[in-house]
Design a protein. Structure first.
Length: 412
């Protein structure tokens, strides 16, 4: 069975309203599915009052927020108490740096990478520095930008407290084997694991118990939904973290790591993404009694195959051009390559190539995409950076053809 791309595209009005250009900046933020817009609109029109009281719009507002919270917990195969819905991943990691790092002291060690977006790097480094803890860096292979588990193992010590890494870099687009890495970390240390999945979740919503990580964060505005950050924190470690909530809310798991308070309509709107996934599943597989997470797995198989078909011709093209340096894997055959494709032009600036592509109707961008350390360590000027073409499952072969033609035109 193949993904019915026409059905997929019919669920995104924004796609159909903007046919004149190919949206190839999805890693910066995706289009919002119609279902999420419907939930948001309904919330704002009918239930926009302080939620969780007994009068009807308020009760409905609370129920709409609970539906999103419980639905996403089920999607991730976690307990609702383990899910925080905060303003963004950067804000969630900032808060977690206080919750996790307040207890660090000299002698403690943490491991961060130079592959991550700064949201999963700077906050931990700053906190460790403040507390006198040692920061070790798990470094990418300097040509490809890929991380190798073999170079992580020697960094682990008895006093390593946390390891922070990404499920998938927003530049090299290649997924790190999180379950394998986490199990190696646990086998060799007592360290805990925090994973940034912002660049991975748009392609696959994971079963977090299967990954066995301690904490995991991603942003729903890149997963076809409202601008919210979803974060899992394993219940077993809540007691070891300092609550960041008002003192009278301390100990309430969904408040402990969200001092901002919930953004009511946006939280409710998160359920719309699950409504979209349900519609996608029903369209392809009919009615199902499977768990939410297993339904997402079914969809993921279709999405993976489709995304591989989108990425492969672009990777092939780029890899065969000597005037370009392609980052990450040059193929999708390992099924771990998201269609987030970054490359460095060697004979012109990333800016000028990006402008040419934009002039040909490709909505793409260039820069360091806040993976400043990675771009710098790959020997690339972080201001000009790389050109990034990022697609998700609603892209089609016509988009790919238009991208290839635009590249031909821009490169001559
Ligand atoms: C890989 C990655 N991590 C973290 C973030 C930060 O997410 P947010 O914008 O929700 O703070 C981004 C944003 O682009 C990202 O691409």
């Amino acid at each position: 069975m193949k993904l019915d791309i026409d059905f997929v595209r019919s669920q995104f009005d924004q796609l159909n309203d903007n046919p004149e250009f190919v949206f190839a900046s999805n890693a910066g933020g995706s289009y919002v599915c119609n279902q999420a817009n419907q939930v948001l609109e309904h919330y704002n029109r009918h239930t926009r009052v302080q939620p969780y009281s007994r009068f009807s719009p308020s009760a409905d507002a609370g129920a709409a927020m609970d539906r999103a919270h419980q639905g996403w917990a089920a999607a991730l195969n976690i307990d609702p108490d383990e899910l925080t819905i905060g303003p963004s991943t950067s804000m969630n990691t900032y808060v977690m740096a206080q919750a996790i790092g307040d207890l660090w002291m000299p002698g403690d060690e943490i491991i961060v990478t130079n592959q991550d977006h700064e949201a999963n790097s700077g906050v931990w480094r700053r906190k460790a520095y403040e507390k006198g803890a040692t920061i070790r860096q798990w470094e990418v292979e300097p040509d490809s930008g890929l991380l190798d588990i073999e170079s992580l193992l020697p960094l682990l010590r008895d006093n390593t407290r946390w390891v922070f890494f990404t499920h998938c870099s927003n530049i090299v687009g290649t997924a790190n084997p999180v379950a394998e890495i986490t199990s190696a970390i646990k086998a060799n240390s007592s360290a805990r694991v925090f994973v940034d999945a912002v660049a991975y979740a748009p392609h696959h919503v994971s079963d977090l118990k299967a990954l066995a990580v301690d904490a995991y964060a991603f942003s729903l505005y890149k997963v076809f939904g409202p601008h919210q950050g979803l974060m899992y924190v394993n219940r077993d470690i809540h007691g070891d973290l300092t609550s960041q909530a008002h003192y009278f809310n301390s100990g309430i798991p969904t408040k402990d790591f969200n001092p901002a308070g919930p953004q009511h309509a946006q939280v409710a709107g998160c359920a719309g993404v699950l409504d979209y996934f349900d519609a996608l599943h029903r369209h392809h597989f009919g009615d199902s009694d499977g768990s939410r997470n297993s339904r997402l797995d079914d969809i993921h198989r279709l999405i993976l195959q489709h995304e591989n078909e989108l990425a492969e011709p672009i990777l092939d093209f780029l890899n065969n051009r000597p005037e370009l340096r392609l980052l990450g894997k040059s193929h999708t055959r390992d099924n771990d390559r998201a269609p987030t494709i970054a490359f460095r032009p060697l004979e012109q600036s990333a800016e000028s190539l990006t402008h040419s592509l934009q002039d040909s109707g490709i909505g793409t961008e260039h820069g360091n995409f806040y993976a400043h350390r990675l771009i710098t360590d790959l020997g690339i000027d972080p201001d000009d950076g790389v050109v990034r073409l990022s697609l998700v499952h609603y892209g089609n072969q016509d988009d790919v053809n238009r991208i290839l033609q635009a590249l031909e035109r821009a490169l001559g």
